[in-house]
Ligand binder design. Sequence first.
Ligand SMILES: CC(C)(COP(=O)(O)OP(=O)(O)OC[C@H]1O[C@@H](n2cnc3c(N)ncnc32)[C@H](O)[C@@H]1OP(=O)(O)O)[C@@H](O)C(=O)NCCC(=O)NCCSC(=O)C1=CCCCC1=O
Length: 382
Amino acid sequence: MSDVNKVMEVARRTAPRELFDHNLVREFVCDGVIYERRPARTPEGEVVDGLYNAWIWLNNPRQYNSYTTEMVKGVIHAFRRASNERDVACVVFTAVGDKAFCTGGNTKEYAEYYAGRPQEYRQYMRLFNDMVTSILTCDKPVINRVNGMRIGGGQEIGMACDFTIAQDLARFGQAGPKHGSAPIGGATDFLPVMMTNEQAMWAGVMCEPFSAHKAYRLGMIIDLVPALKVDGRFVPNPLVWTDRMVDEYGRFVYGEYKTGEAAKEAKALLGRGEVDLSLLDQKVEEYCGKLLLTFPECTTKTIEELRKPKLEAWNRNKEDSRAWLALNMLAEAKTGFRAFNEGDKEIGREIDFVALRKALAQGAAWTPELTEALMPHAGKQR
Ligand SMILES: CC(C)(COP(=O)(O)OP(=O)(O)OC[C@H]1O[C@@H](n2cnc3c(N)ncnc32)[C@H](O)[C@@H]1OP(=O)(O)O)[C@@H](O)C(=O)NCCC(=O)NCCSC(=O)C1=CCCCC1=O
C-alpha cells in the first residue's frame, strides 16, 4: 500500500492556491433534476473520504420520468458539473421511483406546446441534442441505473451512457413510429452499434417493448439484478423465461415474455411481491467501486475511444435529425403525440394507422381536419 500521508503532502505542496471554476453557470436549479454527491466506495463497500460519485436523478415520476424542456436543461448542467467536479469519479444517471427510468420527451408538452410549432421544436431539439452530447462527452464514466422502463427518448439517453445496469422488471424499447416520431434522437445511431442491424431495425420501427433479460442477451446492458421480492426472497422477473435459452425448435426464449397460462401465473406472482431496488444500488456501487480502482486519465481516454462508434454516428446525423423532427411537428408528430395525450386506456392512445394510410393513398393533405379525424376520440362521445 502507498503512503497516503506522503501522497497528500505532495498534493498540498503542488496544488494551486485557488482552483479555477470551469462551469458556465455556478448553479442551475431545476426541481425535475436532482444532483446528488454520494461518497465513493471501494468494491468492498468502504467509504472513501473526499471522493464522490455524482448521481443525476430525473425527478418526474408521475409522468414516468419523461423529461420536460426545463429538465433537459437540468440534465445538461448536471453532466457539465459532474465533468468539472474534480472529486467526482463516476456518474450514475437514474430516476426517482421504481416504475420508469424515462419514457422520453414529455408528451403533454409535445402535444400542447410543440405540436404545429416547428420553430419552437427546433429550439427544443437544440437542447435535446446538447443533452445527448453532454452524456456522450462526459469526462467521467457514466452508468445508467435503470430503475424501471426505458422507452423512447429515455432509451436514447440511456444508450448514450457507457454502461447500463438494470433492475430486471424494466422494459426497454422505442416509441417513435407509433407516436408520430422517428427514433432519431440517438436510437438509430446507437442501436446498430449495440445489437445486430436486423434487431435494431425491428426495435426501431416496431416499438415492441423487450425485457431486461433480452437486453442482457443481446449484449446491450452489462448487468441486471432481480427486483421482485416474494415472501422475503428475490425472484427473477416472472413475466419472462429465464430458466432456458431455447424452445424445442431451437429458437431463443430466454428473456421473451411468457404467454397464456404461464403469463397468468407470472402476473399472479408479480401481484404478491414487492419491488425492492436495494440489489440494484449494491450492484451500481460495486461497478463504481471497480471503476475507482483505475488510472483516471487512462480510463477517460479509453472511454472516449470506445464511445466513438456511437458519437461519430450521432455527430453525423444530429443536425439533420433536428431539422427533420422540427418539420415533422406539422404533420405526424402533431397527430401522434396529440393522440397519446388526448387518448386513454379505454379509447386507445394511437391513431387509426390504416385509415391514415388509406387517406394518404388518395393524396389527402395534412389539414387540421385530417388530424382531428384521426384522434382516438374522433366520432366518440367524450
Ligand atoms: C408504454 C408506456 C411508456 C407505458 O405504458 P403504461 O405502463 O400503460 O403506462 P401509461 O398509463 O401509459 O403511463 C402512466 C402515466 O405516465 C404518463 N406518461 C407516460 N409517458 C409519458 C411521457 N413520455 N410524457 C408525459 N407523460 C407520460 C401517462 O400519460 C400516464 O399518466 P396519465 O395521467 O395519463 O394516467 C406509455 O406510457 C407510453 O407509450 N408513453 C409515451 C412514450 C412516448 O411517446 N415518448 C416520447 C417518444 S418521442 C421522444 O422521446 C423523442 C425524443 C427526442 C427526439 C424526438 C422524440 O420524439
